[in-house]
Design a protein around this ligand. Sequence first.
Ligand code: PGA
Length: 246
Amino acid sequence: MKILAFNWKLNPLTEREALSLSSLSDRKDVILFPPAVFLDAIVQRTKRAEVGVQNLFWEAEGAFTGELSPVMAKSLGVRWALVGHSERRRYFEETDEMVNKKIKAAFAAGLNVILCVGEPRSVRERGIRAARAFIRKQLVSDLSGIRSSEFKGRDLAIAYEPIWAISEGAAHHPSDTPKDSAEMAKFIKQTLSPKPYPLNPKVLYGGSVNAKNIAAFLRPKEIDGVLIGGASLQKKELVKILSTKS
Ligand code: PGA
């Protein structure tokens, strides 16, 4: 079963719209990442899809105004945490060190993790070898010190999202090619297959996936699913995405 993960980012504006999107997407192969204020309502109403937080803090409780506790999320019935999304790294200055602490906190709270990695355009322009080196460095730093024992019973997936391929509202961004992203997925699996990462994580592709190109991204055996932003918020697109055979 290939995974369809939907990252709604800071959308939609109302709980009603959020519930309407989640009821359309309520399937076993779907993981929903709604804004935190809608988590409870969505967890209550979904039967098959799993639900995740788009971000979390590395402490469970305390004097940290405005933060989101992994333990509190877990107690609501949340199963997943998206960690290290490029928008968080960019707009909120999340470092690899912070990403690493967040992964540890998510696992400690009993959440599964989708770790997002991806190279900027300037790196990709230097070629595929430079992009691989960048991704390897991110993986090694982000997963540093995380022992296989900490992975036990948890799922770790890596979302490969080249930054230049992530859409930003109306601007048109081309996705990566299915061939190149499948090669990167293979590289990520190879990088993480020896100890101390024996879990063989699933690798998802993300970045301008839509109803037209999803089938091509789900075809390669190296790609275990997709992480979709903008297109998962448009009902017509969503219906087509959900009807794609994987
Ligand atoms: P996009 O976003 O599908 O709108 O490009 C993907 C993501 O940022 O996770």
